[in-house]
Structure formats: C-alpha cells, structure tokens
Design a protein around this ligand. Structure first.
Ligand SMILES: Nc1ncnc2c1ncn2[C@@H]1O[C@H](COP(=O)(O)OP(=O)(O)OP(=O)(O)O)[C@@H](O)[C@H]1O
Length: 770
C-alpha cells in the first residue's frame, strides 16, 4: 500500500489548502463542494480562496489537505477546482515529520523519539509504518507498546482516507466506503483486489455487479466458486428486499443461474455451492428452504419466544361474574353496549397470556383496547394514570407501535403514554437494542398496535424483551399492506392458530353513515363498490393529463375553506410518472408555498425547500428523535454567516420538536404535500386525496388501495379513472412472501391444532395471494 506521494501528483496540478466552509455535501453520492483557503499551489491561480468540488468526504477544519485536479469554468459560478483525488497533508521534510509525530495526535511520542524514528526511516517514515508497522522494531529505543500505538493511530488517521481514495477509483461511494472501512479497516483494499466477492458477503448493500466488474478486471474466471457464492448471497439479499424470509432451493438456484449468466454453470454446480455455503454457515438450508442466517435466527427465535411467552399461565383468574360486572359498569360509563365479538375480545384478552385483536376500520378496535385496559386495571386494582405512581418505572402498562405517528395516535385514542418499539427497546441507531433477553421490559401489560407493520427482525427483538409474567395484546388490521421489512408476521400468527385471536367484523362507524368505512369493507370483502358521492366521500373523474390540475383545484378549494395544509394529504403509489408523487409535490408547492422575495429557500439537485414547506423525513435519525415517515414543516433557513457553526442550516419542526439539518442531510427529507401510500402506513389524516389513474397500474393492488382509503378520517376524495380503481381493488397482491413462521409455530404446538372450519376458510384469504 503506497501512502506516499499521490500517483496523480505529477500528472495534474495540486492545491494545498484548508476548509473554509462546506457549501454542499451529498452523503449518498459522497459529492462535496467546499470553499478552500489556498495555502500553496502549483496552479496559475491568484485568489485567496477557491471553490473545490468532487467526490470527497466531509473535510475537517484546521487540517491541511492536498487536492489534485484541474480548474473548470462553471457557467454560473465561475472558476472551480475539479478535484480528482485528495489526501491529508503529511509533512515530508525531516523537521516537519518530527513536529507531526511529536504532536498531540500521537500519544506518548516526544520530540526525541520522533527524531529517532525519522532518523532511521527517513522522509517516507509514515508510508513505511503504514505499509508494515514492524519497521518500527528497527528504531532503537522505542518500546513495543508505543510502536503499536503509533502505528494504530496512524492507521486510524490515514487509513480511512487511503481506503476512500482507492475505492473511489472503482466508483464506490463514500458512504459505502465507510461501511467497508469499518468492516475491514486497512485490509479493505487488499481484500477488494484479492476477492471482491467477499464484499458481497460481508458488506450489506454492496452490489454483485460492482464486485463482478472488479473481479472481471482482475481476470477472475466467471465459474470461480467465490463468484458463485457471492451470486447466491446476492440473490438472497434481493429476495429479502422483496419481503421474503427465505427462498425455496430451486427458485434460488434458478435466480442465481440467471444472475451469473455463464454457460458453463449448471443447477448442480449451484446446488453444490449452496450446500458448501450451508456448511460454512454463510447461509442456512432448512427443509429445502434457503435462508440468510440473520433471517433464519429471527424466524426461529421469534417462534421460540412466542412459545416461551405462551407457555406461562396468566397469574390471575378472573371469575366471569366479576368481569361481567366490570364490563357492565364500563358500558354505563362509555354509554355504549359492547357487541358480541367485542365482549369476547375483552374477555379473551383478560384471560389470555397473549391475544391478537384484528379487524377493519370502525369495528371498534380502539374501543375494545380501551375496554381491555380499563378491565385489566380494575381487576388488578391498578391506576391507568402514570402520575399516580411515585416511582414512574412501576407503571404497569406499556403501549407501543412501530412508527412515531402510530404511537402518537395510540396516545390520542387511549389517553395513555405510548412510544415507538425502537424507543421502547432503547435503540441507539448503531449497535442495536438495549433491551433484550438479558435486560427485559418492566411492566405487566403490553399493547402493540399496528402490528401488520412489524417485520420478523423487529418482532424477534421485541419478543425477546418480553418477560415471562407480562400479558400481551397484539392489535392490527390483517388487510393492510405487509411490513416493509421481511415477513408477514401478523398474518402468520393469525393463521398458525398458536395464539388466540378475535376478529372484529361488525362495523360501528358505518352506522354513523361513513362511506369511507363502507368502501373499505366492500374492498376487504371483495364486494362491488360504487363511487357515488356522499357526505365524507367524493369521486372526481379525470384522465392522467388532467390529474395535476384536478388535484391542485381540490387542494385550493380546501384551503379556501380554511382547512390547514397539514390536514390534507395526497397519497399516491409511485414517485415517477407525470402523475407521480414528485410532480404532484412540485405543483402543490407552487400553489401552497410559492416563491416570494421574502421567503428563504435552498436548492438541492432535486428540489427547492422553502420556509413554510411541508416535508417528510425519509430515514430514521434516532439521534435527533425523528423517524422515517414523520411529517414536519420548514420553519427557518440560516445562511452560513448567521450561525456559529458556519454552515447553512434548515430548521424543521415536527410536533413541536425542532431538528436542524445541514446540507449533507437534505437527502433525508422530501416534500410531503403528496406522500407514498407505503409511507402513510400507521398514519391517519383528516382529508385524503387519492389519485388513481391507469399510469399507476403496475402498482395498484387491493391491499394498497385499502391501506390508502383507511388513512382518511373525515373525508376522502378519489380522483382519476374509475376503471383503474376497480382494476386495482380486484388485483390481489400475488407476490406471496416466503415465510415459514406459521409452520415453525405449528411445529412447536404441543397439542394438535384446533382451528375451526370458519377459520380455516379465512386462512386462505387474502394472505395466500400476498
Ligand atoms: N359497541 C359499540 N356501540 C356503539 N358504538 C361503538 C361500539 N364500538 C365502537 N363504536 C363506535 O364506532 C366508532 C369506531 O370505533 P373505533 O374507533 O374503536 O374503531 P377502530 O376499529 O379502532 O377504527 P379505526 O381503525 O378506524 O380507528 C367509534 O365512534 C366508536 O365510538
């Protein structure tokens, strides 16, 4: 590994300089634009500062760098330095080196030791040490520990940059380079050159094609076992992204063959390689199914946790008469009479170690959850009010949901505190969850809402943390879209018959005359729908070319009526297309928050964010307390001169929480006048506008439209082509997810299944088609 003078140094010019401020930094593409104070250059350039742009990482302040590149005239911004590569400046004179090595960076190295090192190893001491730390053994009088610590610090300081620069030559981005460096440290480049396919195994998200390209350049045979192995892993990773927990062996083999596209490879060769990978524990072959290990352990582990929790008895027997009395007084208080199914749900939940409550909108899930909480509190003589507990940690009720918005809704509907599952388990965003088998949750009664959104990994993590004496209520609508992550945990739990469940079918809100609820149930039950206008529903017929105009008109009318922008939500299935989310957002921004001289704005490659814009967070950012799907508003934009951090800042408010974004974070947000139906899972909005046109056909499915429709609380406006809508609700999601949870659970049953015929029938629909 040559760390000395850069190979391009002789060919292109250089600028030695320090960061003044970062103008733009895109974390995904690791593209940066920065203002640099010039310390030294061989370029013919007389200014004090220069704007440098290129693929480099976030630059540190007060650190000299060498940038290699050439000047380029930008039509709008003038002369800029186009950076090909860069590195931190390391002194290469004797005095400079002695000063560097005896600086604070290297603990325990004084001037004398530094002089000895430079005396022995010469001016290229640094690259010699980085190449082989053993060279320090030749330096007289330097202790082994000091030598090791010096080499380590050097590697930490220089190694990363070296790896980044090298990987960039293979067009590997900075973010990926960071992951790679974390995994392999300074061995990263050696590994890449010897066996690029190892990256596919070890580095999440590293593409097979990139490895293939590098291996091809290095002359590796297309039938090499490393290539076949990486192909297998890659196919499995892709399948997980599609929602599968495993793949059947034959399908996996065929897909690997397609990917490798090499005539000399046969089914048998791939089978054999999969068997070897199984022996090496890189994959798990179980009953003709191929798993990535993390998914096998999640599925197997979750089934084991369910069994563990279910095998404990509830510690309290409640006589029916007592429960009847409690339910009776709750009915009086709530001024309602629980339906038969609802009564059954309360009764079962109180007596079951774990129960699932499922049902469509308006069937009374919230009403029943409140009933269960009150009944439980009353039986156990507990207060539901957290304030009544001197030691707050003794509060026995835990309410949780997979997203921030769903947790907020749970709080609103029950009046009790609720948190996200990640927060409950103490997720720090890096090393995993605080809570687990060794440190379980404190509490007596756990309610998990919106369970259809929970994937097999999260389900396993959550259930590990449930102590044996905790009672659990799982709530979810089985007809919603399945989780974004792998698995179909709710539907597998229901169809396994392992956990008691109550399915609410009688619709109560419909009695209040809700067309939205009626439509949702018609879709759910495959009944004919009509799109006739009603007091909470309108259908506006239009074709795709008119769609943007129609949406803008509806929005504008609503605003004229004084409805707040945050209460109107457009939901669409896809980003691209003339009628996609991106275009709808552009048009609505023009209407809702147009450009004015007074309003500040920042421009990114894809969008203009303006003060007043409604935006959505796209990734989890636990350090700031914002999560994927949170919706907020841009409230301020500061230029770099206006704050002490000297960087441009965008301030977004989410439910009174303020989060400051720098340029590098702008890719984490987008406009939210229109959001995707997938992102709307777990949220509800007073008014939903749902465009449905045939341009979306590829995406339109029954469960997608059902999810969209059930997001609206007060008013639903469908606009577009009735034909596309009808086709959509008639299209089942045929992408069946491969998951063996149901079988895993059934294998753990001690006595044969007692699934009634009715349930068996319901078993087939609709998940067999998903
Ligand atoms: N037994 C009942 N008698 C009268 N009204 C009821 C009964 N059960 C529920 N309701 C009413 O029906 C409406 C819907 O109930 P609830 O909000 O509990 O349903 P939900 O399943 O949680 O619906 P969603 O999923 O849409 O929030 C509420 O107004 C509630 O008060």
């Amino acid at each position: 590994m040559e760390m000395g003078r850069h190979s391009e140094e002789e060919k292109v010019g250089y600028i030695k300089g320090e960061l003044v401020y970062t103008i733009f930094h895109n974390e995904t593409e690791h593209f940066s634009i920065a203002k640099i104070r010039i310390l030294e250059t061989d370029e013919d350039f007389q200014e004090k500062d220069v704007v440098a742009k290129g693929y480099f990482s976030t630059l540190q302040e007060n650190t000299p760098y060498f940038f290699y590149g050439e000047f380029e005239k930008h039509a709008k911004f003038g002369m800029q330095y186009n950076v090909h590569s860069y590195k931190t400046f390391i002194p290469d004179t004797k005095d400079g080196l002695v000063a560097y090595l005896s600086s604070d960076i290297f603990y325990g190295i004084g001037e004398k030791t530094a002089e000895k090192i430079v005396g022995k190893l010469g001016e290229s001491a640094i690259s010699k040490i980085l190449n082989d730390p053993k060279v320090l053994e030749n330096v007289p009088g330097i202790k082994k520990e000091k030598a090791e610590s010096l080499a380590r610090t050097l590697q930490e300081n220089q190694g990363f940059e070296h790896v980044v620069v090298h990987l960039a030559t293979y067009h590997i981005g900075l973010k990926m380079a960071q992951k790679i460096y974390q995994a392999y440290k300074e061995e990263a480049i050696d590994i890449l050159e010897e066996d690029p396919y190892r990256y596919v195994f070890d580095i999440e998200g590293f593409g097979f094609q990139t490895a293939d390209e590098i291996a091809g350049r290095n002359g590796l045979a297309p039938t090499h076992p490393n290539r076949i192995g990486a192909g297998c892993i890659y196919v499995l990773q892709k399948s997980v992204q599609e929602g599968n927990v495993y793949m059947p062996l034959d399908e996996c083999t065929t897909r690997v063959l397609d990917l490798l596209a090499t005539v000399d490879l046969t089914h048998d060769v791939i089978h054999n390689r999969l068997t070897e990978l199984n022996t090496e524990k890189k994959i798990i072959l179980q009953e003709g199914n191929v798993y990535l290990p993390s998914l096998y352990y999640a599925e197997d582990g979750f089934a084991a946790q369910v069994k563990r929790i279910m095998s404990e008895e509830t510690d309290h027997e409640t006589p029916t008469a007592e429960l009847m009395k409690i339910i009776g007084s709750m009915e009086e208080e709530e001024v309602l009479s629980y339906g038969k199914e609802q009564f059954e749900a309360i009764n079962q939940a109180i007596h079951s170690k774990m129960m699932i409550l499922t049902g469509g909108p308006g069937t009374g899930k919230t009403t029943v959850v409140k009933g269960i909480l009150n009944a439980y509190a009353s039986i156990h003589n507990l207060s539901l009010n957290k304030e009544d507990y001197q030691d707050r940690s003794e509060y026995p009720f835990i309410l949780t949901a997979p997203t921030g918005r769903a947790a907020k809704r749970l709080t609103e509907s029950t009046g009790l505190p609720a948190v996200t599952i990640h927060r409950l388990l103490g997720w720090d965003g890096v090393s995993g969850f605080e809570k687990g088998e060794s440190e379980q949750l404190d509490g007596k009664f756990l309610i998990i809402d919106e369970f259809s959104m929970v994937d097999i990994w999260l389900a396993n993590s959550l259930f590990k943390a449930i102590p044996k004496d905790m009672q659990v209520l799982i709530v979810g609508d089985e007809d919603q879209l399945p989780s974004v992550g792998p698995g179909q945990v709710l539907s597998d739990l229901l169809s396994s018959g392992y956990i008691p469940f109550v399915r609410l079918t009688e619709v109560y809100r419909q009695k209040e005359g809700s067309k939205i609820i009626q439509l949702a149930h018609e879709i759910k039950n495959d009944q004919a729908t009509n799109l006739e206008n009603d007091k909470d529903f309108s259908y506006i017929s239009c074709y795709e070319p008119q769609l943007l105009d129609v949406i803008v008109k509806i929005f504008s009318k609503a605003m004229d009526k004084g409805i707040e922008v945050r209460d109107i939500q457009v939901l669409a299935p896809m980003y691209r297309s003339q009628a996609g989310i991106t275009m709808i957002n552009k048009e609505l921004q023009k209407l809702v928050n147009p450009k004015t001289p007074q309003k500040r704005e920042v421009r990114t490659q894809d969008a203009v964010f303006r003060v007043g814009d409604k935006v959505i967070q796209l990734v989890n950012q636990p350090e700031d307390g914002v999560y994927n799907g949170d919706i907020g508003e841009v409230v301020a934009i500061f230029t770099e001169d206006e704050n002490t951090d000297n960087v441009e800042q965008l301030v977004i408010v989410y439910d009174e929480k303020e989060v400051v974004y720098e340029r590098k974070d702008y890719t984490n947000i987008m406009h939210a006048y229109c959001i995707s139906i997938h992102k709307s899972q777990g949220s509800e909005f007073p008014i939903v506008i749902l465009p449905v046109v045939s341009a979306y056909n590829r995406m339109l499915r029954k469960n997608l439209l059902y999810t969209a429709i059930t997001r609206s609380k007060q008013s639903l406006i469908i606009c577009g082509e009735q034909r596309a809508f009808v086709r959509g609700i008639e299209t089942m999601d045929t992408n069946k997810r491969y998951s063996a949870l149901k079988e895993q659970l059934q294998a753990r049953l001690e006595k044969p299944l007692d699934v009634s015929e009715e349930h068996e029938e319901e078993d087939i629909s609709p998940y067999d088609f998903m």
